[in-house]
Ligand binder design. Sequence first.
Ligand code: SME
Length: 315
Amino acid sequence: MKEIYLAGGCFWGVEHYFRNIEGVVDTEVGFANGDALMPSPTYEQVYTDTTGYAETVRVIYNPEALPLDELLRCFFCAIDPLSLNKQGEDEGTRYRTGVYYTEHADLDTIRQVFDEVQSEYSKPLAVELLPLENFFTAEGRHQDYLVKNPDGYCHLPLKLFRYPRLVSDLRHLLGDEPDFVARMSNATALIKEEMGFFWVGFYLVGPSVPELVEGSESELILGPFQGSVACMRIGCGRGVCGTAWKEGRTVVVPDVEGFPGHIACSSLSKSEIVVPVFKENEVVAVLDIDSDELATFDPVDAFWLGRLVAVVSRS
Ligand code: SME
């Protein structure tokens, strides 16, 4: 087992997020990297924002089930990495973000993830990267706070707690089943059941029928889905699905009416996300999810659905 200390804003929500992620063995909330002359601070002292401590979660994890780079990507998905001393509505140096390590050997991996995340932004990251200097466990009432207080305050969106559970439930459900269609079928049922989206389905890359779609050798063909009837064939580069396939990237559409070439299977669909499914670096299918509300999907969905399709395709 290994450990890493993560400051991501109010530690109630951050702990609750990590304790739901597969590969995390234990979590503990406390105060890190503050004034050494003020050891063992109380929550109230840290709350004054004069102690230098950051609300921090000690994450104990199994690196074989969850390698450090993946754990850190999960962390970055739950913070605003550009925001200095503010996460959600919580403001102050105690809510700063940081990765504090205890093993120097982890530094290369941590730097690599920081560089990767930095390359997505034009402004510098506001996330500290430092060795752990000190850590004091917070009072018992703050441990597993959102388990004890399910309706308690949380700055994180609820879906950050639902996706990790969904991915873990799916891995257990699919087990070693080798058949891709069977895996996709139960994946659509579970996503629909746990997340309640309007339409969930896969389109598979397959041979085209020249009479139906001109000029290409392969196209997307409707696969296992849950929801109302849908179009059965989509050409490469066509609609949201064909774009995600052609470009090999997740496409988030906050308003389908604003996406040129969107293929409307149902007038009730308002926003959409399409995630490519890779096998050996090739797109073999796409996962398409539609919502009957505008702007349902954001980078949190993109990140966690990316992890989910990797479970389905076993890649
Ligand atoms: N809207 C998709 C087509 C599939 S349906 O949403 C189920 C698209 O534009 O590719």
